[in-house]
Design a protein around this ligand. Structure first.
Ligand SMILES: [Zn+2]
Length: 683
């Protein structure tokens, strides 16, 4: 069965390679004109002017309103504003010149002003509301209903004075949110340590942290400095001091900022007619109501608790090897004890897989896996101008025709965005505009002397972002810009990306590309098995921690702001959802940046994890390409883009709404079969 599976796999790859030769596309690439700052500004201003012209034309229409004379103009405005926003956002993150990046930031403010102007334009709202949709197709009907909801949520149908107030409050909330974020990134703390306290940390870390003239080592709260301390430092006291420094970042500064943000958002929500920000914020999402977030938290907690308890007992047993009477585990011991258990009971060292993951091989492997899964081809376009010579340009080919384009900007550069993301560049409109997107990542660059070895987490991240990318391209074949690609309920978009993450655990997929960069030897099956077992340890606890964060994000936004005690909510939720003992002198919420951006919607990550696992178990684990799951997944989940509600996408693919069963199975994998975990946990 396995052999047939592989034959099929290569057959599909051959087809994609053959079709790839025939494609050509007339749409210019994003950087075709190589604009300087002035050229960029003209390009953007032209787009914003075109959007305004469309809106003016729409408002001026005297004839009876039709989809053709009204919705078409509205959607053209959306297409232009979105494209302007995408490009400005991208340039802010990737342009090598800091002055150019500043131009891009200023341009983003301009784009958002145009967006707000449209959202609060009562004439546009009435025009859309008066459309006769009785003969429209279901996607068009869904689009108009959704837009009308967004207009109402913006407050378009309120009186003049209320709309002016809303504009002011929204501007205030935006400013407070950016102050909240900036306070976090600006507050870099330092912990002083004796050189001996670095015992247990990797040698290259110790080499980078030499003591100064006073004999002390300085360790900052930057991630590459702080995170290894939590995982590897043998010194309890160093980890404790580091956690206090880490979880008091932006404290007390952010106390006033966050309190003010809660008040501002509460005021917006109540002006629109909702009883809390959590309720208001949920109104255009899958979750629909704030109370449903509370129910979801409860169900995830029920599902995760038994496993989290079991893992906790394993960690406690580990701690008792050196402290026989231990009854509790402090927050600052969690990562350290987990690492000990992984190494000792699962015999896995994360460094050992890196030689099998050189960047170029991984990239080809992910393209091949996606080509086979989604039944498409990829064709690189050469000699395409870009802001950096390392950027690659690719076409996505379906049945011999290009259906989208993407760019890969994959390696670090000074001044570049430092995480990993997929960003849309153009909305796909059937017959008019190909969808385009980009991956902006920071994976090690291959050089003549260094193959750019990736970690397990890097490869998983690459799959994750590629999942977003395929969603935007395959979903980007709609009639309207406003419902294409990932323009949909924002609490669904992390599902296709988390689903594709699972591909890294498939021996079938890994066998295609994970080969030793020196010897060409395929990754040993035994190493893959140990890697998968070790990565499965701690999932119950991870879910409970995420549940705790989700509860903080919900609890502070579901209340009247005057009832919110940030410290009490944070400590209570930590105690409620995890068994680790928090330190009273920390103020975690002050540096929990998502309380600004996600606000009450931090549940999105777990919500989509539930859906992603439910999707994944529909595939044959031994052969991910078998059966009709791949074709159905593409057709029913990705291709509709935002043309229907995500709750319907899920039901169409699963035949029912999502449930917790697959997540429970995923969490419990560490205890499946006869792995080391089950032995240790049995006592
Ligand atoms: Zn994502």
């Amino acid at each position: 069965m396995f052999r047939i599976a592989f034959a099929l796999f290569s057959l599909i790859l051959m087809t994609t390679l053959m079709t790839a030769q025939t494609a050509s596309v007339s749409q210019p690439t994003v950087w075709a004109t190589k604009p300087d700052a002035a050229g960029f500004e003209k390009l953007e201003n032209d787009r914003l002017a075109a959007a305004r012209t469309s809106i003016d034309k729409l408002v001026a229409i005297k004839d009876p309103r039709t989809i053709d004379n009204t919705l078409t103009l509205f959607d053209e405005a959306i297409r232009q504003v979105n494209a302007a926003g995408y490009l400005a956002g991208l340039m802010e993150q990737v342009h090598p010149d800091a002055t150019f990046r500043d131009h891009a930031t200023a341009m983003l403010t301009k784009v958002s002003a145009v967006q707000t102007g449209i959202a609060l334009n009562h004439d546009v709202y009435s025009a859309l509301a008066s459309l006769d949709l009785s003969h429209a197709d279901s996607a068009t009907r869904y689009y108009v209903h959704r837009e009308l909801l967004e207009f109402r949520l913006a407050g378009v149908d309120k009186d003049e004075a209320t709309r002016a107030k809303l504009k002011e409050l929204n501007q205030k909330a935006t400013d407070l949110q950016s102050t909240f974020d900036r306070n976090i990134s600006d507050d870099r703390k330092t912990v002083e340590a004796d050189p001996g306290e670095l015992a247990g940390l990797p040698q290259d870390y110790i080499d980078r942290h030499k003591p100064g003239a006073d004999g002390k080592v300085q360790i900052t709260t930057d991630y590459p400095d702080a995170l290894p301390v939590f995982t590897f430092a043998k010194s309890d006291d160093l980890r404790r001091r580091m956690l206090i420094a880490f979880d008091t970042r932006a404290y007390p500064k952010n106390k006033e900022v966050l309190t003010d943000l809660l008040k501002t958002r509460y005021e917006i929500a109540t002006l629109i007619g909702y009883s809390s920000w959590a309720d208001y914020n949920a109104a255009d999402k899958m979750v629909a109501r704030g109370a449903n977030i509370g129910d979801f938290i409860q169900r995830v907690d029920d599902a995760a608790r038994p496993l989290a308890d079991r893992e906790f007992e394993m960690l406690l047993a580990e701690k008792r090897k050196t402290d026989p009477d231990a009854k509790q585990i402090w927050d600052y011991e969690r990562a350290y004890l987990s690492e000990l258990v992984r190494r000792q009971q699962y015999d896995f060292d994360s460094q050992s897989v890196r030689p099998y993951f050189p960047f170029m091989q991984v990239k080809q492997g992910i393209l091949d896996a996606a080509a086979a899964l989604f039944h498409v081809g990829f064709e690189q376009e050469h000699n395409v101008p870009a802001w950096d010579p390392s950027v690659e340009t690719w076409l996505v080919i379906d049945h011999g025709q290009p259906i989208g384009r993407f760019y890969l900007d994959m390696h670090p550069r000074p001044g570049k965005f430092s995480h990993a993301e997929m960003a849309p560049i153009l909305d796909g409109i059937r017959g008019k505009q190909l969808p385009e997107a980009i991956l902006v990542c920071n994976f090690p660059a291959p050089t003549a002397s260094d193959p750019g070895l990736m970690t397990y987490d890097d490869v998983q991240t690459f799959f994750h972002e590629f999942g977003h990318l395929m969603h935007h391209i395959l979903g980007g074949q709609q009639q309207w810009a406003g419902i294409t690609g990932i323009s949909m309920e924002s609490d669904f978009v992390e599902a296709p990306s988390q689903m594709l993450e699972e591909w890294i655990r498939s021996p079938q997929v890994l066998a295609k590309f994970a080969r030793h960069y020196n010897t060409g030897e395929p990754i040993p099956a035994d190493l893959v098995a140990r890697m998968n077992r070790a990565s499965a340890f701690g999932r119950g606890g991870w879910v409970e921690r995420q549940t705790g964060f989700t509860a903080i994000s919900y609890d502070i936004y579901k209340e009247k702001p005057e009832n919110v005690d940030l410290d009490a909510i944070t400590l209570d939720t930590t105690r409620k959802y995890t068994r680790f003992t928090p330190l009273k002198e920390t103020h975690f919420w002050a540096s929990f940046g998502h309380l600004g951006g996600y606000s009450s919607a931090y549940y999105t990550y777990l919500w989509d994890k539930v859906i992603a696992e439910d999707f994944f178990v529909q595939f044959d684990r031994n052969n991910l390409l078998a059966g009709d799951a791949p074709a159905r997944y593409r057709r029913l989940v990705l291709e509709p883009g935002g043309s229907m509600s995500a709750n319907d996408l899920v039901k169409n693919f699963l035949g029912r709404p999502q449930n917790m069963i697959a997540l429970e199975k995923w969490m419990g994998e560490e205890f499946d079969g006869s792995g080391a975990g089950s032995k240790a946990a049995g006592k």
